[in-house]
Design a protein around this ligand. Structure first.
Ligand code: GRF
Length: 195
């Protein structure tokens, strides 16, 4: 039976789309049972709707306390049913209690060669700006297990790209993203079915 994954995404959801495409192509034996977004305008919502994948919009501010918000998140994800949680550009911190509950079952993708350019403040275009500002000659993406420390969990895979002197942050972001789309579904498949 196909394994169940729940995807968390706050942005355009191009990685989410790559996962859906890999499933359609038979390269990833999984079913996406739900999408969690932190932002009601996330592009990922439309991608989920076109596949009739249920969406939970987790608006932390809408709850009277953090504890309450976490309980709600846990309940909704549990209703979806998940063998694995996949963070594909989710911009909010995952609560410790959630991480504990899904220990070793949460993967994240980060657009740099961790441990470089990871941690608080390194997200989105800021990562690529910093890589260029430091004159790096290579960058890439990293897939890692999620622990309580931002971007510090055990690394499962990395893919490198060249950085060119003429690159804008957007050029570099696009080159890295292309690798993300190939690497993420592959590693999800490997991780789901590892012995
Ligand atoms: C990706 O660069 C990913 O590495 C990071 O957030 C971005 C999400 O992009 N965590 P998208 O929404 O999948 O296009």
């Amino acid at each position: 039976m196909n394994k169940k994954i729940v995807v968390f995404a706050s942005g355009s959801g191009s990685n989410f789309q790559a996962i859906l495409n890999a499933i359609d192509a038979g390269k990833l034996q999984a079913v996406v049972t739900g999408l969690v977004v932190s932002n009601p305008k996330a592009g990922a919502i439309q991608r989920a709707s076109s596949k009739r994948i249920p969406v939970y919009i987790h608006d932390q501010k809408g709850f009277k306390s953090e504890v309450f918000a976490t309980e709600h998140l846990i309940q909704n994800v549990s209703n979806f049913g998940a063998d694995l949680i996949v963070l594909a550009g989710y911009l909010k911190k995952i609560p410790s209690k959630f991480i504990e509950l899904y220990r070793n079952r949460i993967l994240n993708i980060h657009p740099s060669l961790l441990p470089k350019y990871g941690g608080l403040g390194f997200y989105g275009i800021k990562v690529h700006e910093a890589v260029l500002a430091n004159g790096e000659v290579e960058s890439g993406c990293t897939i890692h297990l999620v622990t309580d420390e931002y971007d510090e969990g055990p690394i499962l895979a990395q893919k490198k790209v060249a950085v060119y002197i003429t690159d804008s942050p957007e050029d570099l972001a696009a080159r890295v993203l292309q690798q993300e789309h190939e690497l993420f579904p592959t590693i999800i498949q490997e991780y789901l079915y590892k012995k």
